[in-house]
Design a binder for this molecule. Structure first.
Ligand code: NDP
Length: 278
């Protein structure tokens, strides 16, 4: 039987959990589809993705380092992707046009607010990092009603540029990493954990009521989460839930069916032995 084809594009992509997640969603919902991991050459994401869609592909996820190029490839995009300048989901429309979406921020918010019961409204949220992942979550964090969102990044100019891009949506500012304020919710959107490193944490940033969240996921607590616990953080969580939630939103965009995420998350937790995104 012919089934609809989907894929995740990245470089590298071999350790991606997305094929497993979407296979579990498909079984759960009875949707007939296949989902594979495709490693595109660093210099030819567009050609590889075009070939996939020309051969019958219906939709794709896009991960590091191609989220910006996914925007360039698409004919249209949703408002979240447009503002972030990055897309993690592509959908082929009936007329052959490609639409780009960014589901990372929706995934983060659902994980924090629904799975982890970490309310964001009226909180001081500090976001470490100013790359594609950070850009994708700022608008959903601001629309969650945070009191303020402060961005700190190793390269401060990138944090300042991000803050000004979203300034009309709410109280978002950039600060030097050494001066970041005490955080109710501290989100690590840097790639430091992938190298076993911890980004600089300002004195007083982590305190006894801090919820520390690392977008990277791993079988054991990441160095960032371990350090936050040492500094007295009340709670700590990695990004596996965000990965599953952003995947569920992509599945809904493609199929019009919303899978249940809790059983998938429960099945994946013991297998999350990779620190690769998506
Ligand atoms: P980018 O390469 O676009 O950005 C990397 C960011 O990390 C930059 O801000 C960079 O700072 C910073 N950085 C890298 N190394 C260090 C370090 N040693 N110390 C301090 N800062 C550092 O990557 P993405 O934004 O796409 O991804 C960031 C992370 O988020 C990745 O680890 C990825 O795995 C994870 N992720 C998880 C998702 C999930 O669903 N769980 C979804 C998307 C991403 P500078 O600007 O100075 O270079």
């Amino acid at each position: 039987m012919e089934v609809d084809r989907y894929a995740v594009f990245g470089h590298p992509v071999a350790h991606s959990l997305s094929p497993r997640i979407h296979a579990l969603f498909a079984t759960q919902t009875g949707e007939g589809l296949s989902y594979e991991a495709i490693e595109a050459p660093r210099d030819d994401f567009a050609g590889t993705a075009r070939a996939f869609f020309a051969a019958g592909g219906r939709g794709a996820n896009v991960t590091v380092p191609f989220k910006g190029e996914a925007m360039e490839l698409a004919d249209d995009c949703d408002a979240l992707a447009a503002r972030a300048g990055a897309a993690n989901t592509l959908r082929l429309e009936a007329d052959g046009r490609l639409t780009a979406f960014n589901t990372d921020g929706i995934g983060l918010r659902r994980d924090l607010e629904c799975n982890l019961r970490c309310p964001l409204a009226a909180c001081t949220v500090v976001l470490l990092g100013a790359g594609g992942a950070a850009a994708g979550v700022i608008e959903p964090l601001l629309t969650a009603g945070v009191a303020r969102l402060v961005i700190g990044n190793r390269s401060p100019d990138r944090a300042a540029a991000l803050a000004s891009r979203f300034a009309d949506l709410g109280a978002v500012t950039a600060m030097p990493v050494s001066e970041l304020p005490p955080a109710d919710v501290l989100i690590n959107a840097t790639a430091a954990s992938l190298d076993g490193a911890v980004p600089e944490l300002a004195s007083g940033l982590v305190h006894a009521r801090t919820f520390a969240y690392d977008m990277v996921y791993a079988a054991r607590p990441t160095p960032f989460l371990t350090r936050c616990r040492e500094l007295g953080a009340a709670r700590a969580a990695d990004g596996l839930g965000m990965l599953v939630e952003q995947a569920a939103e992509a599945f809904f965009i493609w199929r019009g069916v919303r899978p249940e995420t809790a059983p998938v998350l429960a099945q994946l937790r013991p297998q999350a032995d990779s620190a690769e995104p998506s």
